[in-house]
Design a protein around this ligand. Structure first.
Ligand SMILES: [Zn+2]
Length: 195
């Protein structure tokens, strides 16, 4: 699975074309990540939070390593592989039918398809593991990794939160990013900073 280019696999188009291949690729990615350990950078940020003033971590990482290092107040702007969400197919929504967000998986689905009377634990017990691509038990949509794929915008709530934090904080430290995170990223338009 490692032979595939992430920019080809981590896209809604790839999932629409071959959901099982994209699912299997993400399973492999998650297994690789599970073997990773926090590095000195993750540890340093966590220790800063131990001793410093209130620090919010805005991360585009999807690997959970900030949590593993002991950080709190983390906003995972690009989501996480630890959760799934419903796959909203934009092409399927072009027929003029009424679509609504499924209460269980969040995916856009035909309103009459969604039965919210399912287990209140929702889709949390369904994990990114080897096997057929699972479906949402309420609406039937395919479930996908709960991350932002290439070509997708940030969720609006994260976009707003990141911008609010970045524009109201006393100090902003950018680590390991060129701030090239797409047009919807909350950092877009902030003045350039030099280390
Ligand atoms: Zn659903």
């Amino acid at each position: 699975m490692g032979a595939y280019d992430p920019q080809e696999m981590a896209t809604p188009e790839a999932f629409r074309t071959n959901p099982q291949l994209v699912w299997d690729w993400h399973v492999h990615l998650a297994e690789t990540i599970r073997q990773a350990k926090p590095n000195a950078g993750h540890e340093a940020i966590a220790r800063m939070q131990d001793f410093g003033p209130r620090i919010t971590v805005l991360t585009t990482n999807i690997d959970g390593l900030h949590q593993a290092a002991g950080s709190r107040n983390i906003a995972e702007l690009h989501g996480t592989l630890a959760r799934l969400k419903g796959f909203s197919d934009p092409e399927a929504q072009q027929g003029g039918e009424k679509f609504a967000a499924c209460q269980l998986c969040g995916g856009m689905t035909r309103a009459e398809n969604c039965n919210p009377a399912f287990d209140p634990t929702g889709i949390a017990p369904i994990k990114l593991v080897t096997g057929p691509v699972p479906h949402c038990p309420a609406c039937g949509l395919l479930l996908r990794p709960g991350i932002v794929w290439f070509g997708e915008p940030l969720e609006e709530r994260f976009d707003r939160f990141a911008y609010m934090v970045a524009t109201t904080c006393d100090a902003l430290i950018c680590i390991g990013t060129r701030r090239m995170c797409g047009r919807s990223c909350g950092f877009h338009g902030l003045p350039s900073m030099k280390a």
